[in-house]
Design a protein around this ligand. Structure first.
Ligand code: UGB
Length: 589
């Protein structure tokens, strides 16, 4: 139905491949030769894109899909022959001597690092209309996630390069993986905010492509219901980040520039950078090729569990097992109760927070063999128990944390367990779902994400010697939260626990109703009592700027907002409260 001579030779080959791979249904509904040729050409352009963006091409995608769909139909256990056990890893306690040593080691290494933010997901569970990285992580300063991430990387860069006294790399690059859903809005956010202070050349945007949808167990590609000259596509998952880093040449560029570490992180975790320096220190000290950050995990909580898998043939690996697979795996291997809390009140399997640190050398070596292809899975929703038809089309998916699955046993794969309060508070769930989370389990909502930042900062200042009042309890959007004083600071003020401790002197106190936003790098609190709101800034190259005395004013109050009240901006109502700036002291020193 198409004159092949109008196609470039490569696309002719692709057309032949599709016929050989039993995909003739894609053309069956096409009109005769010469009709709608532009649409037909556009179809082959899409096929060429799908082919080029998948390691091994579209034929390999179809072949893998057939295998995985057959396994799914036969109910094959992906962990066949493996039994799970609890792995041992590094366990850190914030602020103790070991933690501080790791932080110091991490800050020294940081200038040799590159950061990769995976931000291609739309956050369907959150139901927010914008891109998630544009969401304010807290409403005291309104700083969005992307701004906080960039300012944290710049603060690390500044400190790490100062320690290195001019030796080695002087900039820490940031790559952001986007998708068609997030690419333009991410660029717009960066450009309209002058890249939040980072050099535009330091930031590289990658874009993951979607993959073809599958209509049946023979992996027949699905035609887009809205356009018969198009193959329907869906996201392939965050695992695409590995092939993109490889195919874009970025990884090689980093390696050639003498970089040693690549750190992957997710779109909405306002606490993460409090854990990064120590975690990087663990990687460097223990010479881990792969280091996954983890937190204690409640049984059945919707985050993957870090698990040691031992095969009957003796092979072992330490890997994330997704939450929906961990429980059945345990039940099938001699733990009839499945995934349950142990005497600590938590599951014995630490929770994967998908913050991964890889050593670039071994990573590059592995990717030059695999091209960055990651073990995929398929999750079709069948119409009935015969498992012959799907309720809707499906596709192959992959996850970035599955990278170690193809590594040889000699690879040094470790993990680091951090306490949740300073490492993990993602914003993933919409208010209705968050309100249904069983009491004691984390809500992972915009409400809990913001309150977790105030809590962490309050606890850190307490550890540094400040008298910080206890929180009060409130219910916002149906979720009970602790409301601590609203304490926030710029990363350049307090990047590590030792730097924070060095900026806090004797006799400091902050009451529960208070708000403090510290913006300047060199601010030093001493003999300071706050009962109200204070916003303080200082010029960057000022020497130590002492802030003391008693500040007392009406402060900033918190007022409940109903998430259904559409007269309130979406980013406000999804957290269920707003801040009324009644009275504050502002100081520019
Ligand atoms: N993402 C992409 O960049 N591209 C995609 O195609 C999809 C996502 P979700 P998920 O932190 O608690 C992960 O949807 O995948 C980005 C781990 O698998 O927020 O359900 C997206 O923008 C799980 O083990 O999470 O679960 C976001 O930044 C557990 O660790 C990131 O990928 C869980 O995260 C994660 O996407 C968790």
């Amino acid at each position: 139905r198409i004159n092949l001579s109008i196609l470039p030779p490569h696309q002719v080959q692709l057309a032949k491949m599709l016929l050989e791979m039993n995909q003739s249904h894609l053309f069956e509904h096409w009109p005769e030769l010469g009709v709608n040729d532009d649409d037909k050409l556009a179809f082959f352009d899409q096929v060429a894109r799908l082919d080029a963006s998948y390691p091994g091409g579209l034929a390999s995608y179809i072949k893998t899909a057939r295998e995985l769909l057959a396994d799914s139909k036969s109910g094959k256990n992906p962990f066949d022959g493996f039994s799970p056990s609890v792995p041992s890893g590094e366990v850190l306690t914030f602020g103790d001597d070991k933690f501080i040593q790791y932080e110091e080691a991490g800050v020294r290494e940081a200038r040799k690092a590159a950061f990769v933010l995976v931000a291609g997901g739309l956050g369907e569970r959150l139901g927010y209309n914008g891109i998630k990285v544009a969401l304010p992580q807290e409403s005291t300063t309104g700083t969005c996630f992307l701004q906080h991430y960039i300012e944290s990387i710049l603060a690390l860069q500044e400190t790490s390069c100062r320690l290195a006294q001019g030796e080695g790399p002087t900039e820490i690059p940031l790559a952001i993986m986007t998708s068609d859903d997030t690419y333009l809005r991410t660029i717009e956010l960066l450009e309209s905010n002058a890249y939040f202070g980072m050099k535009p050349t330091q930031v590289k945007l990658l874009k993951q492509e979607k993959v073809a949808c599958l209509d049946d167990n023979d992996a027949r590609l699905a035609v887009d219901p809205n356009n018969k000259y198009k193959i329907q596509t869906k996201p392939h998952g965050h695992g695409d980040v590995h092939s993109l880093l490889y195919s874009s040449g970025l990884l090689k560029e980093w390696l050639d520039a003498g970089r040693k570490w690549v750190l992957f992180f997710q779109d909405t975790n306002g606490l993460l950078f409090k854990a990064i320096p120590a975690a990087l220190g663990v990687s460097a000290t223990n010479k881990y090729h792969v280091n996954s950050l983890a937190v204690p995990r409640k049984a059945k909580e919707a985050i993957g569990g870090i698990t040691k898998l031992t095969h009957q043939d003796g092979r072992t690996m330490v890997i994330n097992v997704e939450y929906n697979q961990l429980d059945p795996l345990l039940r099938a291997t001699g733990s009839p109760d499945g995934d349950v809390n142990c005497e600590t009140g938590y599951s014995p399997f630490p929770g994967n927070i998908n913050q991964l640190i890889f050593e670039i050398g071994p990573y590059m070596e592995e990717l030059s063999k695999t091209g960055g292809a990651i073990k995929e899975f398929v999750n079709p929703k069948y119409k009935d128990s015969t498992k012959t038809a799907f309720k809707s089309s499906t596709r192959l998916e992959c996850m970035m944390q599955d990278y170690p699955k193809t590594l040889p046993p000699s690879a040094r794969v470790g993990f680091t367990v951090m306490e949740t309060w300073y490492a993990y508070a993602p914003v993933k769930n919409n208010p209705e779902d968050a309100a249904k989370v069983p009491k004691g389990n984390p809500c992972h909502s915009a409400t809990s994400g913001e309150m977790a930042i105030y809590r962490a900062n309050s606890l850190i200042l307490r550890k540094a010697g400040v008298k910080v009042d206890d929180p009060v309890h409130h219910i916002f959007n149906g979720q009970e939260v602790e409301v601590w004083p609203r304490i926030v600071w710029k990363p350049k003020w307090g990047l590590t626990f030792s730097s924070i401790r060095s900026k806090v002197g004797r006799n400091c106190s902050i009451t529960q109703k208070s708000t403090i936003a510290i913006k300047g790098r060199n601010i030093h609190l001493e003999d300071f009592a706050l009962d109200g709101a204070l916003v303080i800034d200082s010029i960057d190259d000022a020497a130590e700027v002492k802030v003391g005395g008693s500040v007392h004013n009406a402060g900033w109050t918190i007022e409940g907002v109903d998430f259904k009240d559409t007269s309130v901006a979406e980013e406000v109502r999804i957290r269920g409260f707003k801040i009324n700036k009644v009275e504050q002291l502002e100081k520019n020193l």
